[in-house]
Design a protein around this ligand. Structure first.
Ligand SMILES: O=C(O)CCC(=O)C(=O)O
Length: 267
């Protein structure tokens, strides 16, 4: 399973420029490397331009959806399309799109956990649906968005649903870069699956972003790590059979005793 993850800088508040960038990148990478899956970062149409988001995205939702459908089908490639801000009747969601090679949107996920440090609750609504696995090329996978990485329950749920790969799409800041790395390794080790991340680089509103997009194998080794400053593509072939081999060697899932784990779903 060949993955190409685009660690990009994002033009703030300019969806059409960002679509152009992604189109150029996707066409080139598909021509040179024929990946099975392309991966994009969080909020790649606008970046974190929260105060002006509503105005920027008003005319844009359908345009970006059509762009992604067209890109996936023309290039015959699956796309884990990071996330974009999408306005619904009750407010703006931070929404991921997954598209198959036919250009069909097969799954969407709204970021559940809003970031208090960014006052996200003033501008965005947290997702209300639980995480679900989706299937690409006949294999089960999942996606979470940035701050979601701090909540181990999500990736555990995806693993219990059969995910072999979890994508983490992000705009994670340099100030907390050590958490970015360690948490991804922890999620990979405890759930014995591949973690593939796509973070942005660059600076916006005095926040420097951490880059360091990674691929981590189910043993927890970082098999590829991008730089912290440059736009870059991570191109990696995942050997998905490693997941079942490692789950056999260290059978964490059959050692679980869920009846002794305190339930925490009252809220
Ligand atoms: O959890 C963090 O430290 C970063 C989270 C974040 O920036 C985001 O979710 O956009």
């Amino acid at each position: 399973m060949k993955i190409a993850s685009y660690q990009m800088d994002i033009v703030p508040g300019n969806p059409s420029e960002n679509r152009k960038k992604i189109k150029m990148w996707a066409e080139q990478i598909c021509k040179e490397q024929q990946p099975d899956i392309l991966v994009l970062p969080e909020m790649w149409t606008t970046a974190y331009t929260l105060p002006t988001l509503e105005v920027t995205i008003k005319p844009d939702k359908d345009v970006t959806e059509l762009f992604l459908e067209d890109l996936a089908s023309k290039l015959n490639v699956n796309i884990v399309a990071g996330s974009i801000a999408v306005e619904e009747d009750d407010g703006i969601y931070n929404r991921s799109y997954i598209l198959n090679r036919n250009g069909q949107i097969i799954y969407t996920y709204d970021k559940i956990h809003l970031v208090p440090m960014l006052d996200e609750h003033l501008y965005l609504i947290g997702g209300r649906s639980s995480v679900q696995v989706f299937e690409l090329e006949g294999r089960k996978m999942g996606i979470i968005i940035c701050y979601d990485l701090r909540f181990p329950e999500l990736v555990r749920s995806l693993a219990l649903q059969g995910a072999e790969v979890v994508f983490v799409v992000a705009e994670w800041p340099m100030a907390r870069a050590n958490h970015w790395e360690v948490l991804q390794q922890a999620r990979a080790i405890e759930n014995q699956l591949f973690v593939v991340s796509c973070n942005r680089v660059g600076t916006y509103d005095e926040v420097e972003f951490a880059g360091n997009s990674m691929v981590i194998n189910p043993w927890g080794d970082i098999v590829h790590k991008a730089s912290s400053t440059r736009e870059e593509t991570i191109s990696v072939s995942l050997k998905l059979d490693e997941v079942s081999r490692i789950r056999k060697d260290v059978p964490v899932f059959s050692s679980r005793v869920p009846k002794l784990y305190v339930e925490d779903n009252a809220n």
